[in-house]
Design a binder for this molecule. Structure first.
Ligand SMILES: Cc1ncc(C[n+]2csc(CCOP(=O)(O)OP(=O)(O)O)c2C)c(N)n1
Ligand SMILES: [Mg+2]
Length: 697
């Protein structure tokens, strides 16, 4: 038998709330809502329901490919949006927030265009499945599918409001199931700690697809678990009751807008339809439960209220229904006739069309500054760009002064630019990237630090599914140019968890630029470019190079920017091409020197950036030498060398005089004991041995 869902917040009346004030419960509704507002709310709820019902028909007709609906959630959503200031406040609504989006200003036409994957769809222009709400003109940030990621982004956006000193609030929502994601709690922690104006709304309908709430949340209610978060005002409301929801929403907005901190609303809702068009609730909902839930259907409930309070007559209710039906029919007809995206646009807005530092016409200057090590060059780049761009923020673990970063890359920034612009984050990598996304979409330039590449993985979802998708999934409406500086690499006796190379895994992700400098001058020039560009960038800093003399350079001037996608020939040669980057550049140069003594001339190409990588420079060299060795520190299988090698085979096959060779780490983790580390990571003798094999071929 299907498990019985325990009653959700409906068992927790507002009077059970522990924040003490509860004035919203007592306020007569006429003091806060006019008849016109009540009618507008009812019309929005009707419109949302009518769109859902129409979409179910369109689905059967094969005109919509997927449907996820809001019936049972309309009252609290409408109330929330009406308590806010659309296009001034910010919103991160979830996939059931149709009524919220309509009340915030979206139109039936827009929603139907979006859900029928038309180019006019205001959220994704045909790129996303239905019900991913968004509209730049309304400040509804284009949404994604992972449950829970939106919470940290909302915190970032609210952080931006505080930094700008305005009184905007940010709404973010999900179902109760999504709050089991750790990122929800990370978001609540950061917002409560810093009093950010975020309204966390959880619409608890008792199920996460088929999983009942008692299998999801300790005690079955989030509301109770929110006890103890300072500055957080919390509400438990019947989300099927418009007036009750509006009172709570209004108070929540006032709390946030007045700078007292975030608010949390748990709204008890009912899910009257299946989870989605791919779901059959008969498999898991007890017989009769939906019939029972229908008694709480917000629409008839609100209708009765409006008639009883003489806001509307039954006749007027009928007339409104007919009006809304006509509007939805017209919108559906419009959407059906509207164009869908065409195949020639598939690559549009993967990257920004605007390039700040183009590679065309770039000429490498001779740097004349004093000698500088890589970590100091990075530090200077940060200082210079912070000075140049008042919207730039630096944060991460331990980055603030006095520590100034565990490698000192950020030293002095807090002292010079203040704690508002360079500050410590909590020890939470998803938080760092998630909030950076929320800041970047509203025009800040977050340059965040992930302390070690080995610990970037909690942020992987935010990078892979959010950061790099933002521009693409909204067809360019939103951009997200965050720079993630990250210390990577081994040869420092760092063991399994302070030695990892990560560029191979990240290079597989479309939409992300990746830099990997081998020396101080390049690091400075590339970081300044990364900060000025409009694309998200993963900036790999090899910690073994930070203070190495062989990676020190004369310091470039403060306007030097090195374009992405320009490789550097570190040593010219005619017999073998070595393609490499990062720490392996110096080892390769040493090996090439040794080979020279034996009469073999090697050309060493330092890629400098992994995405984009300078294919032309590599192919040019391979066509000249006919032999190639790719050297990288990352382990061999699926490393970026495999990609380079394949492209060389595709483009230069007829020029090759020997099979392509690779030198890379063993396919093992990087063990600690020196004898183990040395045999796992590539050494100079591995490179010379490979070069000898190639020379002899
Ligand atoms: C990170 C992630 N895991 C799993 C899913 C698949 N999924 C989509 S909705 C959902 C249930 C969400 O339930 P709840 O948060 O209660 O919201 P409701 O649908 O009930 O409104 C799941 C498991 C997803 N989209 N993202
Ligand atoms: Mg749910």
């Amino acid at each position: 038998m299907a498990p019985k869902r325990t009653a959700a917040v409906k068992d927790l009346p507002p009077s059970a709330a522990s924040n003490g004030t509860m004035k919203y419960e007592k306020t007569p509704f006429r003091e806060i809502l006019t008849d016109a507002q009540l009618i507008a709310a009812y019309r929005t709820m009707l419109l949302a329901r009518a769109i859902d019902e129409k979409e179910m028909i369109l689905l059967k007709q094969g005109k919509i490919l997927f449907h996820i609906s809001g019936p049972g959630h309309e009252a609290v959503q409408t109330a929330m949006a009406m308590a806010m200031r659309p296009a001034y406040d910010w919103a991160y609504p979830y996939y059931r927030d149709l009524a919220f989006s309509l009340a915030f200003g979206s139109t039936a036409k827009g929603i139907l265009c979006e859900n029928m994957h038309r180019t006019e769809g205001p959220s994704s222009h045909g790129r996303q499945m239905p019900s991913h709400y968004g509209d730049k003109s309304l400040r509804i940030v284009g949404q994604s599918s992972p449950t829970g990621t939106q919470y940290l982004q909302a915190v970032g956006t609210a952080m931006g409001s505080v930094k700008e000193g305005n009184d905007e609030v940010t709404y973010v929502s999900s179902g109760e199931g999504a709050t089991s994601e750790g990122e929800f709690w990370e978001a609540v922690n950061w917002a409560a700690r810093e009093k950010f104006p975020v309204i966390f709304m959880v619409q608890n309908n008792g199920y996460a697809i088929s999983v009942p709430v008692q299998e999801q949340i300790a005690g079955g209610s989030l509301y109770r678990l929110m006890d103890g978060y300072p500055n957080m005002k919390k509400f438990a409301v019947d989300g099927t009751d418009f007036v009750e929801s509006y009172k709570a929403a209004k108070e929540a907005v006032e709390h946030c807008r007045s700078g007292q901190g975030p608010a949390f609303i748990e709204a008890s809702c009912v899910r009257l339809f299946p989870h989605s068009s791919s779901d059959d609730p008969k498999k898991y909902r007890p017989v009769g439960e939906i019939e029972e839930d229908k008694k709480r259907d917000p629409l008839p409930k609100f209708e009765r209220f409006l008639v009883e309070q003489r806001v509307l007559t039954l006749k007027q209710v009928e007339a409104l229904r007919a009006e809304v039906r006509t509007e939805v029919e017209a919108a559906a007809e419009y959407a059906e006739a509207a164009p869908s995206p065409t195949a020639d646009t598939v690559e549009r807005n993967l990257f920004s069309p605007v390039i700040a530092v183009p590679k065309e016409g770039f000429e490498e200057p001779v740097h004349t500054g004093g000698s500088i090590v890589m970590v100091d060059a990075i530090n200077h780049a940060l200082h210079e760009e912070m000075k140049r761009n008042p919207k730039m923020l630096v944060y991460g673990e331990d980055v603030a002064d006095g520590k100034g970063g565990v490698f000192t890359a950020t030293k002095g920034l807090t002292n010079v630019f203040g704690g508002e612009r360079c500050f410590n984050s909590p020890l939470a990598e998803a938080s760092i990237v998630g909030t950076a996304i929320g800041l970047a979409v509203r025009g800040f330039k977050p340059v965040v630090e992930i302390q070690f590449g080995d610990y970037i993985w909690p942020a992987f979802m935010q990078i892979k599914d959010e950061l790099v998708h933002m521009r693409y999934r909204t067809d360019g409406d939103w951009s997200c140019p965050v720079v993630i500086r990250v210390a990577v690499g081994g040869y420092i006796r760092g063991g399994l968890y302070h030695s990892q190379s990560i560029e191979g895994l990240f290079a597989h992700i479309p939409g992300l630029w990746i830099a990997f400098p081998s020396n101080a001058a390049d690091a400075k020039g590339l970081l300044k470019t990364a900060i000025r560009e409009d694309n998200p960038v993963l900036f790999c800093e090899h910690k073994g190079l930070y203070r190495q003399q062989f990676a020190a350079s004369p310091e470039p001037g403060d306007e030097y920017c090195l374009p992405f996608g320009v490789a550097k020939v570190r040593r010219e040669g005619s017999d073998i091409t070595i393609v490499t980057w990062g720490f392996m550049v110096q080892r390769s140069i040493e090996a090439a020197r040794k080979m020279e003594e034996h009469g073999v001339s090697c050309e060493v190409i330092d890629l400098r950036t992994i995405c984009p990588w300078d294919r032309e420079a590599v192919f040019r060299s391979v066509r000249k030498t006919g032999k190639v060795l790719i050297v990288h520190e990352d382990n061999k299988t699926g490393g970026f060398g495999a990609e380079i090698g394949t492209q060389i085979a595709e483009e230069c096959f007829h020029h090759l005089d020997a099979p392509l060779q690779r030198v890379a780490a063993l396919d093992t983790p990087i063990a600690f004991a020196p004898a183990l580390e040395t045999s796992i990571l590539p050494q100079e003798h591995h490179i010379t041995a490979a070069l000898e094999r190639l020379a002899a071929f």
